[in-house]
Design a protein around this ligand. Sequence first.
Ligand SMILES: [Zn+2]
Length: 299
Amino acid sequence: MDKRERFTGLNSIKFTVRFHEDEACYKYLSDIKWENGYVCKKCQNTVYCIGVKPHSRRCIKCGYDESSTSGTMFDKSKVPIHIAFHIVFRLCTKKKGMSSLELASEFEQRQKTCWEFKWKVQQAMSSNLKYPLTGEVHVDECYIGGEEIQKRRRSKGKKKLVIVALENVSFNGVGRAYAQIIEDAYNNSFRPFFEDHISKDAVISTDGWTGYSPLKKDYPYLKQILSNSGKSHPDMHIHIMNLKGWLRGIHHHCSSERMQGYLDEYHFRYNRRNNMETIFDTLLKRMVKYDPKRINTRE
Ligand SMILES: [Zn+2]
């Protein structure tokens, strides 16, 4: 089996040369889709011939013709495929991403179309939950949107309560991070985030809030340190400031569900900031393999 030719790097000229028309994009999708071999979805036969659409495959036994986009996030997309590829490239390689308004003007698409497509990309940017944070991890909550009047209440209207976890790496400061909207600041809301994103043997530090205390049973290295208005964890303070600054610049009002998409988008890029070579291929691969309706579901 031929090894597929992955696109690597951040060079937008090389990207444009390679994906200047739909054909190259369909090939890329097809190569990812069947990189482990072809199996007919209807009858499990493994022999195919060329199908009707570009790079589709037709089962020689039952005649089922599967396109390279079917069952992927590119299926029934209103955006032409090579423009969709360019949007994905921009969203993962530009440091601050791009708003749907910017995408609409750059690619001459309707803003709503870009907004809907970007939502799919953001879902592919959510963590695959395979690599929880390890080592030293700091956890804190903050409010995003609206005023930060009192700590530790509930997400209310525009104001969303967000839990953030940040790895502390001794050799270069901070490592990876994740953030999630939570209903309130109690154990039951914290727990799913901990289970998804933090390793059981991580050395976790939080402030003195009692909501964290029940987690010590499952996270034996969790330590609570009395709060010093964020001064004891300057890296976390900077991380939250940067996240809020980016959100302010890129969107105004959005639902909890959309807000989670922005948090995932931010951290997808953030967690790969020192390893950008394969970011496009990683994201594209997820868009092929993830269910197009992957909302709040696990891989
Ligand atoms: Zn078949």
